[in-house]
Design a protein around this ligand. Sequence first.
Ligand SMILES: Cc1cc2nc3c(=O)[nH]c(=O)nc-3n(C[C@H](O)[C@H](O)[C@H](O)COP(=O)(O)OP(=O)(O)OC[C@H]3O[C@@H](n4cnc5c(N)ncnc54)[C@H](O)[C@@H]3O)c2cc1C
Length: 463
Amino acid sequence: MSPCVVVWFRRNLRVSDNPVLAEALRMGLPVVAWVSESKSDLRAGPHRKRFRQESLHSLQKSLAALNMPLIREQPEGLVPRLGSSGFRVREVIGPKEPGTEESQEEASLKLALKLVDDGGLFTKGTLSFRQSQLPPLFTTFRRLVEPIRSSKPIRVAAQAPVSLISDLFPVETPSPNQRSIMVFSGGEESGQAHLRQYLASGAIRTYKATRNGMVEANHSSKLSPWLSLGCLSPQQILRGIEDYESCHGENDSTYWLKFELLWREFFRWVAFQEGRTLFLPQGIQGLAVKWRRESSLLEAWQEGRTGFPLVDANMRELKETGWMSNRGRQIVASFFTKNLGLDWRLGAMWFEEQLLDYDVASNWGNWQYAAGVGNDAREFRLFNLDKQAKDYDPTGTYSHKWLPELSPLRGFRIYSSSVPERTKLGYPEPVVDFRLSAEENRRRYEAATRKSKPRQVAPRRGR
Ligand SMILES: Cc1cc2nc3c(=O)[nH]c(=O)nc-3n(C[C@H](O)[C@H](O)[C@H](O)COP(=O)(O)OP(=O)(O)OC[C@H]3O[C@@H](n4cnc5c(N)ncnc54)[C@H](O)[C@@H]3O)c2cc1C
C-alpha cells in the first residue's frame, strides 16, 4: 500500500489561499481530498444544502486541475475506501474549527490528525495576545488587533496524477427564486466573482450608511454565505478591500467593512474559548433566565405568522430564500427573546437550519448577544418594532414584498393600519401584546440578573 495524505475539507471549500492544502502538499506524498457530512450539514435545510452542494461541485473541479481526487465518505469509511485503491493514510490534515460537535468530530477520528488554523483573519500565532487572554469585550479585542493588514496569499501547485477516481458532486439547477435579494451560487469561483463585482460596483464606498438596508443586494456585501463555507477566506476579502483602498482611497465605509469582519473574528475566538458554554441557555453570562418553550409561538415565528409585519416579512424571506439581512436578524431575535420569551437556542437552531450563511460561532454568539446572555453588558435591549419600521422600511417596500396579503394597505400603512384592518385581509392576529409581553419578559430577565453575579459588566456597545 502506498502512503498518502488526506486533506479534510470542512468549512474551507476552496483551493486558493488554503493553508491546509499547502501544508498537505509540503509532505511530498500523494494528496487525496476528503469531505464528509458533519452533524450540522445533516441539519441543513434546502437552501443551505443546495449552496453546499454547489460549493462541493466547484471544489471538485478546482481540485481536478491540481490532480487531486475528492472523495465523499463518512469518517469510518475513509480507510477502507482508500485501502481498496491501494492507499494507506499517513495523516489527515484539516482546519481547526470552533464548536463542540466539531471538536468531537476531530477527537473521534481514529487517524493521525493535524489541525491547521484556517477560516479566520488571524491564527493563534498571529494574534497579538495569547488565546487564553481573549478579552471578553469586542471593543477591547478590536483595539488590540487594529489596524489589520492582510497577509501574503498562500499558493498551491498541482501534484502528479493520483490513481484514484474522484466522486461526482452533481448539482441541480434550481429555478432561481425571483424574490431572493440576489442569486447566491455556492463555490469558490462564484464567491470570487461576487467579491470582484461588489468591489467594482463601488457600493463599498457607502457601506456604512447602507449596511442596515433590507431591500437592495448591495446594501451590504452579501459575502457571508461564501465565508461560512470557506469558499472565500477572510484574508482574501481583506486583500480586496485593501486593493480598493489603494486605488480609490479609504473612507469610513471601507474601514467599516473591516470592522464588521472583526466582529466575525471576535465571535470565532469566543467560540474557541467558551466551548460548550456557547450552547447553554444561561450563556456566557451564566444568567438563569426562565425561557419558555411554547411550540405554537415558535411555529408562528418560524412561519412568519406572528401578526407583526416586520417580523413576519423577515421570517418569510428566510424560509423562502435562506437569506435575512443583519437588521432583520436583530429584529426577529429581539422579538423572539424579549416578546415571545422563548429559549433563544430554539431560535438559533432554526437559523442553523435555514441560513445560507450559517456559521456556528457567528450564529450562536449573536443569538447569545440578542438574548442578553452573551459577551456584553447585562441589559434588556428591546427593539421597538414601530421605530425599526420607520427607520429601516419607511415606505413599507420591504414588508410588501413578503406579505402579499397586505397589499391593499399601501405604503407605510402596512405598519400603521389597525389590527382589524389587517385581519380582514386574512393576516394573523398578533400572537402577543407587544408592550405587555416585553414587560413580562423584562421582569423575568431582571429577576435572573439579580440572582447571579455579573461575569462581565460593560458599557453599551452602540452599534
Ligand atoms: C441573531 C443573529 C444570527 C446571526 N447568524 C449568523 C450566521 O449564522 N452566520 C453569519 O455569517 N452571520 C450571522 N449573523 C451576523 C450578520 O447578520 C451576518 O454576518 C450578515 O448579515 C451577513 O451579511 P453580509 O455579508 O452582507 O454582511 P456585511 O454587513 O457586508 O458584513 C461583512 C461581513 O462581516 C461579518 N459580520 C457582519 N456583521 C456581523 C455580526 N454581527 N457578527 C459576526 N460577523 C458579522 C460577516 O462575515 C459579513 O459577511 C447573525 C446575526 C444575528 C443578529
